[in-house]
Ligand binder design. Structure first.
Ligand SMILES: Cc1cc2nc3c(=O)[nH]c(=O)nc-3n(C[C@H](O)[C@H](O)[C@H](O)COP(=O)(O)OP(=O)(O)OC[C@H]3O[C@@H](n4cnc5c(N)ncnc54)[C@H](O)[C@@H]3O)c2cc1C
Length: 397
């Protein structure tokens, strides 16, 4: 059996776990991340939704129900976490714009406007008004983008079509990484005598962060990406940047591995063993952070008898008692009772009523987070990830 020894092990490689790990490595801690698979942020727009339905997410978190995890973070914690995220992205060449004190609007693939807080630079000009003149560039054969939704809302939109020779979102984005393909696109663009207005394209301008800046400079027009359906290239860019940042900081990543068993010394967690082909791996740490996400990623699962279980440490999970209240009648409405399910934590992000002194919890597995209802997916994940890491650091110091 292989072994490893760390200050902290983070179980779950989503945006919350990766941000927790980055915070700890920057404090000089030896860190490992264990993740069964790629996280939800790969499917996302890459935008950081902090809290919807308010002008200022930073002010708005005060009005959330008192058991919402944002109250354990506070406005100061939110500022620190967002600041760390933006600086990590910038170092990776992926600039973000916006701030936690002011929501903004961007154009969604459905032609409607989506409220969010921090957006990749490639979406900075996506705050369009309905009467604005818009040029939409589409790609021949691309199946995951429907320009009709945009033109239905924008009467002053012209559509131009470029043939990339490949119809898949990832295929086109990969082609844009190639300078020769960029040049072909640029020549085509010039030949079209494209009319006035901001240029909007589905988000396929390269898998690498620098491609957007290079193209924007060449085209010399206000240009922005419209997020597409999953798989989403801006979400993948963000995920790659976080992962690379951790690898560069010397953290060990056990990817495609899940926890098989947990060892305890009294109440404390001492080590986890990871399942592997042939040999398993035992990793010891002074502290552990649980960031395995909610039902979608397998951090939680619901049994037929109405009991919700946490999948790694078998922690007690909260779920509304009345099974009938788990789902409302309208599937597309948010606020289903089941969204409240998760792990309840104390002010130090430690699981309540367990007595485990060296385990911290963050991200969408936290009880009462209701990320769909409050539109707080990545914001809550980043804020609780960094705050849980701070509490973990207090424990390690
Ligand atoms: C389709 C979709 C689009 C979204 N778009 C946006 C958006 O545009 N903006 C926004 O702000 N929010 C968005 N959200 C919400 C947001 O993406 C999530 O709330 C957030 O990414 C959750 O992050 P997390 O780190 O808590 O968990 P997750 O991303 O779920 O990560 C958990 C990780 O833990 C791993 N894991 C699970 N079990 C184990 C185990 N036993 N051992 C080891 N590893 C394990 C999983 O493989 C996974 O990698 C979207 C959600 C969805 C579903």
């Amino acid at each position: 059996m292989k072994t490893g020894k760390y200050d902290a092990v983070i179980v779950g490689g989503g945006i919350s776990g990766l941000m927790a790990a980055i915070d700890l490595t920057r404090k000089g801690r030896r860190v490992a991340v264990v993740s069964k698979g790629d996280p939800i942020c790969c499917l996302s727009t890459g935008c950081i939704d902090i809290l919807k339905g308010v002008d200022s997410p930073r002010d708005g978190i005060c009005d959330l129900p008192e058991n919402h995890p944002y109250h354990l973070v506070g406005a100061g914690g939110l500022d620190r976490a967002a600041g760390l995220f933006v600086s990590v992205m910038k170092e990776a060449g992926l600039s973000y714009v916006g701030n936690v004190g002011q929501n903004r609007w961007i154009l969604s693939p459905g032609g409607t406007r989506k409220q969010t807080a921090l957006v990749p630079e490639s979406m900075a000009h996506g705050n369009v008004e309905e009467n604005e003149t818009l040029v939409v560039i589409i790609f021949k054969g691309m199946k995951d983008f429907f320009p009709g939704y945009v033109t239905a809302k924008f009467q002053n939109a012209d559509v131009y079509e470029f043939d990339p020779g490949n119809g898949s979102t990832l295929g086109i984005a990969t082609k844009f990484d190639d300078p020769a393909f960029q040049e072909d696109f640029f020549k085509w663009f010039k030949s079209q005598k494209i009319s006035k207005g901001k240029i909007a394209l589905p988000a396929v301008l390269g898998t690498k962060p620098q491609v957007f800046g290079e193209l924007a400079q060449k085209l010399d027009r206000k240009i922005f990406e419209i997020p597409t359906l999953p798989p989403s290239i801006p979400g993948l860019r963000m995920f790659k940047a976080l992962k690379t940042c951790l690898q560069d900081a010397g953290a060990d990543l056990y990817w495609g591995r899940s926890v098989e068993s947990v060892e305890k010394d009294g109440d404390a967690i001492e080590a986890v063993t990871l399942a592997g082909i042939g040999r398993s791996t035992r990793i010891e740490a002074r502290a552990f952070i649980l960031a395995t996400g909610s039902f979608v990623s397998g951090g939680l699962y619901a049994r037929q008898d109405g009991v919700v279980k946490e999948s790694v440490f078998d922690l007690p999970a909260y779920v509304p008692e009345n099974r009938e209240s788990w789902f409302g009648h309208n599937f597309f409405e948010t606020g289903h009772g089941i969204e409240k399910a998760g792990i309840r934590v104390n002010g130090s992000f430690q699981p309540e009523s367990t007595g485990i002194p060296n385990l911290f919890v963050c991200g969408s597995i936290l009880a009462f987070s209701e990320t769909m209802k409050y539109g707080c997916g990545h914001g809550m994940a980043i804020a609780t990830g960094v705050t849980a890491a701070e509490k973990c650091e207090d424990h390690l110091a």
